[in-house]
Design a protein around this ligand. Structure first.
Ligand SMILES: [Zn+2]
Length: 73
């Protein structure tokens, strides 16, 4: 149930904006509105799983984290 815990943390972090946000749908190749379930979010258009970032954003995010780790050590 680690996924559920992560989602809970996310929603508490940005409580008011969370449901207005859009997520990346791999199938629609774009940011879409989504439905929340306990463990995952689903695209309202195609019903596929959606993610918080697309791949480019993911890479950029990981890059930032790496750099922070680098400076910390
Ligand atoms: Zn979709």
């Amino acid at each position: 149930m680690t996924n559920a815990r992560n989602l809970t943390n996310l929603s508490t972090m940005s409580n008011t904006e969370f449901y207005n946000e859009q997520k990346w749908c791999e199938q629609c190749k774009g940011y879409v509105r989504f439905l929340m379930s306990v463990n995952h979010s689903y695209c309202v258009d195609c019903g596929g799983r959606v993610r918080l970032f697309n791949r480019d954003d993911d890479t950029r995010f990981a890059d930032t984290v790496q750099r922070h780790k680098w400076q910390a050590s």
